[in-house]
Design a protein around this ligand. Structure first.
Ligand SMILES: *[C@@H]1O[C@H](CO)[C@@H](O)[C@H](O)[C@H]1NC(C)=O
Length: 330
């Protein structure tokens, strides 16, 4: 009897233990919120202060880090492959040439290696820095599941599945679907263009040589055409940068979607989110002030970011914790 009681108590204890531990492992794909709470308690604070310090000096690092995290996750999963240096590394591809903010990640990594050597992965630093960047521009904040590990491979030829400003909505949807992201995720994440800029060379064709029928893209609001033409004169500097969200490029808000509604999207791929009925539904939901179809952009963006940041993650003993973010461990 006594033995039976003892076993019963142990079994009960094991069951309770399982109940406490299980949710930690089921969430995400092995990542969990607070992964570093014991091993490096100041990890998230160190990343945040590094991002803040650089942001104060140069606010354009915010959209830069958000975009870099996105480009990391879309190629080989979120594994820091975009951070690696090398003659044919991901960062050398056309799609990644304009990426910025590497110095912020390196700065945070240096501080983390002093505080807790060999513990915090570079890809987690990037995921946290993207969250902090959004918060710094008055956007939402959210709990980032951590525990990703760094990959050891980076190849420019893998960057082909990154979305392009020339993609149709169907192609954009397919590229997202390939990674488990749906149409709502697509619209929410492209909404990240509420901060940041695009170079003239990415939309100049819409102003001067759209197609053989019309030289100007008819989906652009006519008054906006002249505004853009003066910002990007024909034959002018293709590298000149223009706000992706006219009137509010430094603030994370829904005006990017309002601009799409009024034909004031900068990139053709962005404007198509309004032209196409399947994506316009979500743009309208983000702009709606009430009613059953309203969606809160900030909340949906945060949800989609967590989903994206779990794409193809390496956890457990897979991958490594890089000592330097630009190079694999020796
Ligand atoms: C040019 O673009 C317009 C507007 O999108 C479209 O209606 C037209 O069919 C296009 N012409 C060609 C030749 O692709």
């Amino acid at each position: 009897m006594e033995g039976g009681f003892f076993i019963g108590k142990t079994t009960l204890f094991m069951m309770l233990l399982a109940l406490c531990i299980a949710p930690t492992f089921v969430r995400g794909q092995g990542t969990r919120v607070g992964f570093y709470s014991r091993s490096c308690p100041r990890a998230e604070a160190i990343v945040r202060s590094a991002v803040q310090a650089h942001f104060r000096f140069d606010p354009t690092v915010a959209p830069g880090l958000l975009r870099m995290h996105f480009h990391d996750c879309f190629v080989r999963g979120c594994d820091g492959s975009v951070l690696l240096d090398g003659p044919s590394a991901e960062k050398t591809s056309n799609a990644n040439r304009g990426l910025r903010g590497y110095e912020v990640i390196d700065d945070a990594k240096t501080q983390l290696e002093t505080a807790c050597p060999g513990v915090v992965s570079c890809t987690d630093i990037l995921a946290l820095a993207a969250r902090d960047s959004v918060a710094l521009t008055n956007g939402p904040s959210w709990a980032v599941p951590t525990g990703r590990r760094d990959g050891r491979v980076s190849s420019a030829s893998d960057a082909g599945n990154l979305p392009s400003f020339l993609d149709s909505v169907d192609v954009q949807k397919q590229k997202f679907a390939d990674l488990g992201l749906n149409t709502l995720d697509l619209v929410a994440l492209v909404g990240g263009h509420t901060i940041g800029t695009g170079a003239c060379r990415f939309f100049q064709n819409r102003l001067y040589n759209f197609n053989t029928t019309t030289s100007v893209d008819p989906s652009i609001d006519p008054s906006f055409v002249s505004q853009l033409q003066s910002l990007c004169p024909q034959g002018g500097d293709g590298a000149r940068r223009v706000a992706l969200d006219t009137g509010s490029p430094n603030r994370f808000d829904t005006s990017f979607f309002a601009n799409l509604r009024s034909g004031r999207g900068l990139l053709e791929s962005d404007q198509k989110l309004w032209t196409d009925a399947s994506t316009r539904t979500f743009v309208q939901s983000f702009l709606s002030s009430g009613g059953p179809t309203r969606l809160d952009f900030g909340a949906e963006f945060a949800r989609s970011m967590v989903k994206m940041s779990n794409i193809g993650v390496k956890t457990g003993t897979d991958g490594e914790i890089r000592k330097i973010c630009s190079a694999i461990n020796a």
